[in-house]
Write a protein that binds this ligand. Structure first.
Ligand SMILES: [Zn+2]
Length: 271
């Protein structure tokens, strides 16, 4: 089972019938590599991100235009395609990993299993968080790290100070490294702040950001099996703390409404 820790928020995976996990193709182990002195521009980040996302789109089940997941995401996302000066595009991957990620080229990918457990408000909080990573150029940093880690670089001249053109399998390795890259705590909390402000500015329910993290915390706490869901692994120990930070801001802004005890849904959510 591939563990995806890229942005996100998320973290985990659920078993559900007929679901696939995200496919990274034949991506091999990545190797660390030096490449000192590499010039890595915004354009490089966009180009490599686009190549990585194209690769992932090709190797994963993308929900079609009439798919209920696509329809739901359209409803939530379409008005934010030109958010904050960014040109964003989005798709749903019908995979069982619970995740979402964004790339420097403005691509946002939301996984169907995440949509299954999140309400619309919670998904908007995740979307806002991902947009925050793009806006803050965290995704550029992650892409550069992925590029540098990729064995692909071995093939490029070690003396080269420019980004090399990559073959498809090299792009696959890079995409793998990109999904394995994690943002720093600071980047995560800045993206959380961006998400909160995004929710607030658009008059969405900011408590959704809180409950989203509470759900993530539940997913990462081992132990009690949730009916209908089987937890595979955990990572994000900070989810509860991140939820509390959101609660504090909401209280200060007079936007806090106690959601009561947050639990994981036992049936798939559709709104
Ligand atoms: Zn993040």
């Amino acid at each position: 089972m591939k563990k995806i820790t890229f942005c996100l928020i998320f973290i985990g995976a659920m078993h559900s019938m007929n679901a696939q996990k995200i496919n990274l193709g034949k991506a091999a182990n990545v190797v660390a590599n030096g490449a000192k002195g590499l010039t890595f521009s915004n354009e490089d980040a966009v180009k490599l991100s686009k190549e990585s996302v194209d690769y992932m789109d090709k190797n994963n089940p993308v929900a079609g235009p009439k798919d209920p997941y696509t329809i739901r995401l359209n409803k939530l996302f379409s008005k934010h395609k030109s958010q904050d000066g960014l040109n964003l595009n989005y798709k749903v991957y019908k995979v069982k990993d619970i995740n979402a990620f964004a790339c420097a080229d403005g691509s946002v990918r939301v996984f169907s299993s995440l949509m299954d457990i999140m309400t619309d408000d919670e998904l908007l909080a995740v979307i806002g968080h991902e947009i925050g990573h793009v806006k803050n150029q965290d995704t550029k940093d992650a892409m550069k790290t992925a590029y540098l880690k990729t064995a692909a670089l071995e093939a490029a001249s070690s003396a080269s100070s420019a980004v090399a053109n990559l073959s498809e399998s090299q792009v696959g390795k890079m995409a793998n490294a990109f999904l394995d890259a994690s943002h720093s705590k600071k980047q995560e909390s800045e993206a959380d702040i961006y998400s909160y402000d995004f929710m607030k500015a658009n008059k969405y329910n900011v408590v959704g950001a809180y409950t989203a993290f509470k759900k993530l915390a539940l997913l990462s706490e081992g132990g009690t099996a949730q009916t209908g869901f089987q937890k595979m692994f955990n990572s994000h120990p900070d989810s509860n703390k991140r939820a509390e930070a959101i609660k504090k801001r909401a209280e200060k802004d007079g936007l806090w409404k106690d959601p009561g005890t947050v639990s994981l849904p036992t049936t798939k959510l559709t709104k």
